[in-house]
Design a binder for this molecule. Structure first.
Ligand code: HEM
Length: 477
């Protein structure tokens, strides 16, 4: 179970541990367990989000509406925004939390702990280098930056996947279906790094300012649906049922993980074939069918989590506002599934892929409504700093509710112009997007500040203790 110390859980049927009596032998010192530096992952993720991805989310739409002449650099910065958000913000947050949670889920120590300190320099370094080299670099310097960035990402992906697989795919692991979500997700992470390397080789060889758009779409798809959403659905199906008073059925959850992974693989192969060879009705239909399979898997995940059919409210009173983010994320996941059916069924029957507006609407429903919402909500529920914070700052509810409102407004405003499609092509369509960026950055900044404040305060001894809870205030006062 989440929260169990690694290796300490006992399952029904385990032998009852016997205590030695008589002359006491010197007790074994407790075996030190390696804890991944989740705070560093969080801090890097939030820094890249606030000063990179979300900042660009405001500037890119403003550049269009206010007529700033960014030329071809605008599209390069769009690609930088996508990579900063998917691999920097969401990716490092997910990696940090996965490294922290895996020993608790599986009852096993984290494998290859010596690889963990390399992950932030490799992945974070890769994303920063890419965001600087592609839009701003020129000539050999740009090429070297892009090539180094791709190599760092590939090394980081292999190291991360090795840790995930070696921790979860052991016979004694108790990670159940979660191991399937995470292992498929790690496979997607390696696949996207390899595809990214191939794209970068092409950019350098042919001196391209942008990643070719069709190939970039495949890359983003594998990053978002394959890596980010598989991990997110793995955590959701693991942690949420116990909070909603539901059981955690293992076989159906494995089936949902497999359907999601199969949908991602089918889409990626068909879209890559279309991008590298020739698009056809067959590749388009395969992509549409894959999307419908993924939408069905989303509905299954919502059902398995129990978020839509709570039997009991097991969320502690002080955490109930934070849990509203998780509920909202499931609602947006349902909206994404509906949008996929809405756009995907006619596209399948016509034999064409989704257009750019539909893709953008689904993409940002997922990235803002589901991923950002879940990061903030789950973060407040499981990060230790926030547990102590609820004790020390019990009146913080209003701020948390304002963040919830801001993130929902951001998701709605971001997808509105995309839903309008060709009916709204004037530059005014970028105003709601800029407003969405402002709402989102405000919510994420508030989350980051709360984390930072709690991190500083928690150095006071007993700050998050049950004693402090009983007294309801800081141990110093
Ligand atoms: C409310 C916040 C956000 C705003 C205002 C925003 C804005 C934008 C804009 C204007 C584009 C370009 C669309 C076009 O080409 O016309 C874009 C693309 C994209 N965004 Fe966002 N975005 C936001 C949040 C996010 C988040 C949180 C993620 C991921 C976690 C994300 C991932 C992407 C990706 C992958 C692309 C496509 C990049 C490419 O074409 O290579 N966005 N976004």
């Amino acid at each position: 179970m989440a929260g169990d110390p690694p290796g300490s859980g006992s399952a029904p049927g385990d032998p009852i541990p016997l205590m030695a009596v008589g002359t006491a032998a010197a007790p074994h010192p407790p075996r030190p367990h390696y804890d991944a530096p989740y705070r560093l992952f969080l801090a890097t993720s939030l820094t890249l989000a606030l000063f990179g991805g979300f900042l660009l989310a405001i500037l890119l739409p403003l550049a269009q509406t206010l007529g700033w002449d960014w030329g071809a650099r605008w599209q390069a910065l769009v690609q930088a925004h996508g990579q900063l958000q998917l691999l920097g913000f969401a990716g490092l947050f997910i990696a940090g939390m996965a490294l922290r949670l895996m020993p608790r889920f599986s009852g096993r120590d984290l494998a290859f702990p010596s690889l963990v300190p390399a992950l932030i320099p490799l992945i974070g370094g890769s994303v920063v280098l890419r965001a600087l080299a592609q839009p701003w670099g020129t000539g050999a310097l740009r090429d070297a930056g892009l090539a180094l960035s791709a190599a760092l990402l590939l090394a980081g992906a292999l190291a991360f996947a090795a840790v995930v697989w070696a921790t979860l795919l052991q016979r004694e692991s108790r990670a159940e279906a979660t191991a399937w979500y995470f292992s498929f997700g790690a496979l997607a992470y390696v696949a996207q790094a390899a595809l990214n390397a191939a794209i970068v080789v092409e950019m350098v060889r042919d001196d391209l300012a942008l990643a070719p758009l069709a190939k970039d779409d495949v890359l983003i798809f594998v990053q978002l649906f394959g890596f980010v959403l598989l991990f997110l659905c793995g955590v959701a199906t693991r942690a949420v049922p116990s909070l909603t008073g539901n059981s955690r059925p293992d076989a159906p959850s494995r089936a949902a993980a497999t359907a999601l992974a199969a949908g991602v693989a089918l889409y990626a192969v068909a879209a890559a074939w279309a991008a590298y060879h020739a698009p056809s009705q067959a590749t388009a239909r395969a992509q549409d069918a894959a999307l419908l399979l993924i939408a069905a898997a989303f509905v299954a995940v919502i059902w398995l989590s129990g978020a839509a059919r709570p039997r009991a409210n097991r969320v502690a009173r002080a955490s109930r506002t934070s849990f509203l983010f998780v509920r909202a994320a499931f609602l947006w996941l349902f909206v994404a599934a509906v949008l996929i059916f809405w756009y995907g069924v006619p596209a399948l029957s016509d034999g064409r892929p989704l257009d750019a507006y539909a893709t953008d609407a689904i993409r940002h429903t997922l990235t803002v409504g589901v991923v950002t919402m879940m990061i903030v909500g789950m973060g407040m529920l499981v990060i230790p700093e926030f547990a102590g914070r609820r004790i020390q700052h019990p009146g913080g509810e209003i701020a948390v509710l304002a963040m919830l409102l801001a993130l929902n407004a951001a998701a709605a405003l971001r997808i509105w112009p995309a839903l309008e499609g060709l009916r709204w092509i004037a530059m005014t369509r970028f105003w709601p997007m800029a407003a969405a960026g402002a709402f989102a950055i405000a919510a994420v900044a508030a989350f980051a500040l709360m984390f930072l404040q709690s991190y500083i305060e928690q150095r006071t001894p007993g700050w998050g203790s049950t004693d402090a809870l009983r007294r309801g205030r800081s141990p110093r006062t």
